[in-house]
Structure formats: C-alpha cells, structure tokens
Design a protein around this ligand. Structure first.
Ligand SMILES: [Zn+2]
Length: 94
C-alpha cells in the first residue's frame, strides 16, 4: 500500500476521504459526495491523485504569474524612466 497523501476530492474539495486496500479491492472515495475510484489491480491512491487537467491548469497559472511579474517589473522600470525624464526636463527649463 502506498503511503502517498490523498488529494482533496476533485468535485467537492472534501478531505474526509476513505481508502481501502484488500487483496481484490482497491478504492478511494469521498465521504461527502460519494465520488469514488476503484481498481481491481493497481494503485487506487495514484488513480485518485491523477489530475491531468488540474495539473495543466496549475502549470498555466504558474506561467501566467511569471509573465505578470515580468510585465510588472518592466512597467515599474518604464514608470521610473518617465519620472526621471520628466525631472530632467524640469531641470532643463530652469
Ligand atoms: Zn467529494
């Protein structure tokens, strides 16, 4: 039996889950909404924790956060450059 931690239920977010491993029955289910995975021969925890769409979305969120940080830094540098230019123009006028 794997000691891997179970992810929350993908449907309701509940963490009150039940895991059963017998010689013929491997299952994980949500005690709140009843969502269940069962497999005759395999790792029910691994099956429960397999979330390709969720993983792809998390990856995309990380990419977008990185892009946002980069754009924010560029904007801050541009804003600073404009303030300096404005200040220089003011000095030139005097
Ligand atoms: Zn659930």
């Amino acid at each position: 039996m794997s000691e891997e931690e179970l992810k929350p239920c993908p449907f309701c977010g509940n963490t009150n889950l039940h895991h059963t491993e017998t010689s013929i029955f491997h299952a994980v289910w949500c005690k709140d909404c009843g969502a269940m995975v069962d497999i005759d021969d395999g790792d029910a925890i691994k099956l429960w924790n397999t979330r390709p769409l969720e993983d792809a979305l998390q990856k995309r969120i990380a990419e977008l956060e990185e892009q946002l940080l980069k754009v924010s830094k560029e904007y801050a540098e541009l804003s600073f450059a404009r303030r300096v230019n404005k200040h220089n123009e003011t000095i030139r006028v005097r």
